[in-house]
Design a protein around this ligand. Structure first.
Ligand SMILES: Nc1ncnc2c1ncn2[C@@H]1O[C@H](COP(=O)(O)OP(=O)(O)OP(=O)(O)O)[C@@H](O)[C@H]1O
Length: 414
């Protein structure tokens, strides 16, 4: 039975468990190996997938997320039949196109041309069909000038383009896509997105491993979060993205900061109800709160000011809130409290129209040109939204539509 309400199953995974036998000792030199010959035989079994169960329906875009080393690629390799399970069962209904990761199925000593043909045959095409689709594969990958270059001389981005292009040409029912978007450039990513949309229309099934929550919620209906080889969340992609961000970024905000003697003693986010939070839904009010122990007054030093820089998960500066800015109304009050010399809390409140992502705030306390104190990545906030626009700031906007007069012949005129 599939978890998906509508259609037939594409994949059934029942209590999948997988372990590897690994050597307890790693030798870095031959001498070490010669001196400790018995050590090499000390091995241990490491379980990397534990009791994973999920059913994926035909036509579903299913996401698999988790931190590095959590077991995502191992799960895909078990589905592809590259690894055998220790226990449990995996059933695949239909033809699988494993686009696992760089290198699987490619021979790096061969040219791209030879790799395309052997890879396409390996994935189920006849030799004739593989030759017929060769041009389409090279066209999609945009690697015309590199067809006769050996793959070992390709960059990792070029090899990913090639592997993805082959995989989409082999008419498979189920695609296993592992982090393809992380390696390609922006233009290629757009082509992949377009291809994903086509696959959706054609009712293909895609298992999509990613670290990018925006892509996850954009393409996947459902997802699972794997942590330490276990599935700790399974459900709608938004819920899984939220949990992923909690697991990965929530810890940053809880860190105890501001050792005694600092003027910036603590920094945290609050929601519209005044409660501390590390998560916000887009559209609500958010405050960045800073507990300040003001430095002694310097008559010529100028007024104390606060500056907060919010960066997103790829470290782009998205918002700077500076109390010296003309639109800041509470700057005088901040100066007065600083002069009074007692600790106080300054709140920088703003409507949260940030795009869904993880953010961190770096806060600076300044007086004139002088930096008084600075806390780098002092507080974290994850913003959630059901809609991914592709921008970094989802400004509230109004749509005004005027009825256009209809010209003769039915065409609208302005
Ligand atoms: N062939 C192998 N032999 C021994 N250990 C392995 C093998 N393949 C994977 N592992 C271990 O299994 C664990 C899970 O690895 P896996 O590659 O599945 O993680 P992942 O979630 O895909 O990570 P990433 O996000 O970094 O790609 C890791 O601890 C890894 O070292």
């Amino acid at each position: 039975m599939s978890d998906h309400p509508t259609s037939a199953p594409a994949l059934e995974i029942e209590r999948a468990t997988k372990s590897f036998v690994v050597s307890r000792h790693q030798f870095s030199t031959l001498k070490e190996r010669a001196l400790h010959p018995l050590k090499a035989r000390e091995v241990q079994r490491r379980t990397v997938l534990r009791d994973i169960s999920v059913n994926v329906a035909r036509g579903e875009f299913f996401g698999i997320v988790g931190r590095n080393g959590s077991g995502k690629s191992t799960l895909l390799k078990c589905i592809a039949g590259i690894y055998q399970l220790d226990s449990g069962r995996i059933r695949v209904y239909g033809r699988l196109a494993p686009f696992i990761e760089l290198g699987v199925g490619f021979n790096y000593e061969l040219t791209a041309r030879d790799n395309i043909l052997t890879n396409a045959v390996m994935l189920g095409l006849s030799r004739r069909e593989a030759r017929r689709r060769f041009d389409a594969i090279i066209d999609f990958a945009e690697l015309h000038d590199f067809v006769d270059m050996k793959l070992k001389n390709y960059s990792s981005g070029m090899a990913v383009r090639l592997a993805f292009s082959v995989a989409i040409q082999v008419d498979a029912d189920i695609f296993l896509v592992d982090e393809v978007l992380a390696v390609g450039d922006a233009a290629f990513q757009q082509k992949c997105f377009a291809e994903f949309r086509r696959m959706r229309r054609e009712n293909r099934t895609v298992l999509f491993v990613t670290h990018d929550m925006a892509s996850l919620t954009r393409f996947c209906e459902r997802a699972m979060l794997i942590e330490g080889g276990r599935c700790i969340e399974l459900g709608p992609a938004e819920d899984v993205a939220r949990r992923y961000n909690e697991v990965n970024f929530g810890r940053l905000a809880d860190a105890e900061i501001g050792p005694p003697g600092r003027h910036l003693r603590a920094v945290w986010f609050e929601n519209g109800d005044g409660r501390r939070t590390t998560h916000a839904d887009q559209g609500g009010q958010v405050s960045l709160c800073c507990e300040i122990d003001p430095p002694p007054v310097e008559p010529e030093g100028g007024a104390l000011a606060l500056k907060a820089t919010l960066r997103n998960d790829v470290r782009h500066t998205i918002v700077v809130l500076d109390t010296r800015a003309p639109q800041c109304s509470g700057a005088e009050r901040l100066g007065a409290l600083a002069e009074a010399g007692e600790p106080f809390v300054a709140k920088l409140s703003f409507p949260c129209q940030l795009a869904p992502s993880a953010y961190s705030a770096t806060v600076e306390l300044v007086r004139g040109d002088q930096l008084v104190d600075r806390l780098e990545d002092a507080a974290a906030l994850t913003v959630h939204s059901r809609f991914f626009s592709g921008g970094v700031w989802d400004a509230p906007f109004e749509l005004t539509v005027a009825g256009a007069p209809v010209a003769a012949g039915g065409a609208a005129s302005r």
